[in-house]
Design a protein. Sequence first.
Length: 362
Amino acid sequence: MHRMPRIAPALIGLAALVALFAATNATGRSETAPTNSAEPTITYVNPIKIGAVLTGNKGTWNGTTPLDYAYQWLRCDNTGLNCQKKTNATGTTYTVVSSDADHTIRLDVTASNSDGKATARANATSEIPGNAKVPVATAPPTVSGNPVVGNQLTATQGSWKGSQPISYTIHWQTCNSEVTSCADTAKTGTTYTVGNSDVGKRLRVKVVAKNSAGQTYGISDTTAVAKESGGGGGGGTGNAVPVSDVGPAGERLIVDSVVFNPNPVTSRSVPIRVTITVKDTKGRLVKGALVFFRSTPIVTSTPTDAPTDSNGKVTYSVQPLSTFPIKNGYSVQFFAKAYRSGDPTLAGISGTRLVQVATHTP
C-alpha cells in the first residue's frame, strides 16, 4: 500500500492560516458597504409652487466602487413627516403637482454595491401653498450653533412673501437621527439652549407664518446629533483628535457642518462668515485637518486653506464679488474639502461636501 508522505505540523498550520486569510479577503468586505457622509439635498427656485421642478442631489457616499444609486420622491405632511412614496417618481428630478399642495416633498437616495446598501433622506422642502395669498417661504428658516449640552442655538424665521401683515412664531423641535420623527419642545423664540434630554437627537425649528388668508409652515435643516459637553466626541470643549490619528484604512474625514452668517445673504458689501466643522467617520472632531473652500462658480473670494482648531472648526471670511447674485429665490453653492497635508490627492482620507447659502433682495 502506498503511503502518503508525512507533512510537518508547522506546514499544516501555515497552510490553514493562508487558507483562512484568502477566505477572509474573498468574503470579509462588509465594512465597505455604502455609508452616507453628507445627506442628499433638494434644490429648486424659491418660492416653491405647483409646477416647480425639484432636483435631487445624491449627497456624498463612501464604500467600495462602483456604487449604484436609486431615487424615490416622497410626499410628506407640512412638517416634513408621515411621508409616502410618490408613484413613478424615481428620477433625479420631480415636478410638483396640484395634489402636493399643503404638503412638503422629501427624497430618499439608496446607494448599493456588492457589499450591501444604505438609504439616506433629504430634508423637506418648504410647504407647497394651496392658496396664492397665504405666506410662502422665499428662503427657509435656519439654525446656527454647535449642538452640545449648554450651548445656545440661534434661529432665523427665513424670508416670506404673501398678503401683509404676516406674523411669525418659531417653534423648536427635536428629531431622531434619521429625521423620521420630530416633536415640539414647547420652547419658542430665536434662541434655544441644548439640554441633557437633547443628547442623541437633532434639533430644528418649525416656523408658523400666518396672515389673513391662512398659515404656512417653514422648516429648517436639522443640526448634527446633539452631544454631551466634554464627552463622546461632542465638540466645543477642545477634545478633538489629531488628523494624524485618523486611520486605519476605511476611516475618512467628514465635512460635518457648514454654517453661514448672514444667511440669507442680502448684500455684496458685507463679508460672509463661514464656520466649518470637521469630524471623522467615528464621529470624533478632528484638529489639524486642512480645509479648502470656494464658491462654485467663483463669485466670492477664496480663502487660503487653514487647519481646524482644537474644536474641529475653522472659520473663514469670504467677500462677495460683483458677480455674486442677490435675488429672491436663489442660492449660491460652495464646495468644501477637508484633507490631511501630505496625503495623495486621490488616495488620502479627504472628505468633500457641497453646501449652499440663500440670497435675498433686501
